[in-house]
Design a protein around this ligand. Structure first.
Ligand code: MD3
Ligand code: FE
Length: 212
């Protein structure tokens, strides 16, 4: 049945920033199954910031390159430093979702080589930061997918002190960041406790990047 209150399937947040509500719901079971396999091969871990603080978000990766952080800094690596093995391959269901979302937002031909998997337990948060460790930030968008518990995303400007737009994100929502928005400051407010039918007491974010 059609809803009395149809919701848009594409919302522009800022130039180059597009929210695609529910973009992953069609293939939700395929994506969650592939995610569980990735996390089994490369378990999420709390990395240290260059300043020596333990991140409240636990991370893992899949794809040819994985984002890592330790006392010596942030960078992309081909091998999982915990296991010494390559990161798990990027699942087809992930690559399809990332390509489709980028193309709906106007970025054709996006082929991610890195997928950062961030696991938020209730109480975890991500403070305002920029993502600029990728080789060519101007040339490629970044696609992010929210799964599990909801969260409030904070979208800032190009300076740390700019005011932030609060964007509620739920399971299955995709965001595409390109062009003028690629270097905006952004963060995630403390995740509230809850139970998600597929993922339990967790919020999981997949962020697809062209890093190399
Ligand atoms: C906006 N993760 O892992 S992904 C991150 O929801 C990260 O877990 C958040 O920020 C999360 O670095 C947000 C969305 C995201 C990623 C990069 C961006 C938003 C962005 C770059 C520019 C602007
Ligand atoms: Fe980020």
């Amino acid at each position: 049945m059609a809803s009395l209150f149809p919701s848009p399937d594409c919302i522009g947040l800022a130039p180059g920033a597009v929210l695609l509500p529910g973009a992953a719901l069609d293939d939700e079971t395929g994506i969650v199954q592939a995610l569980n396999e990735v996390l089994e091969q490369a378990p999420p871990r709390h990395m240290l910031t260059p300043g020596g603080l333990r991140m409240s978000v636990a991370v893992s990766n899949c794809g040819g390159l994985g984002w890592v952080s330790d006392r010596s800094g942030y960078r992309y690596e081909r091998l999982d430093p915990d296991s010494g093995r390559p990161w798990p391959a990027l699942p087809d269901s992930f690559a399809r979702l990332a390509r489709a979302a980028a193309s709906r937002a106007g970025f054709e031909g996006f082929e991610p080589d890195a997928c950062l998997v961030s696991v938020y337990a209730p109480g975890a948060r991500l403070s305002l930061h920029q993502d600029k460790d990728e080789r060519d930030v101007a040339g490629h968008p970044l696609v992010s997918l929210s799964l599990g518990l909801p969260a409030v995303f904070q979208l800032g400007g190009l300076a740390r002190g700019d005011r932030t737009l609060k964007v509620p994100l739920s399971h299955g929502d995709a965001l595409v960041w390109g062009g003028a928005s690629r270097l905006r400051y952004h963060g995630v407010a403390t995740v509230s406790d809850g139970e998600h039918r597929l993922l339990g007491r967790r919020r999981i974010n997949l962020s697809f990047r062209r890093a190399g």
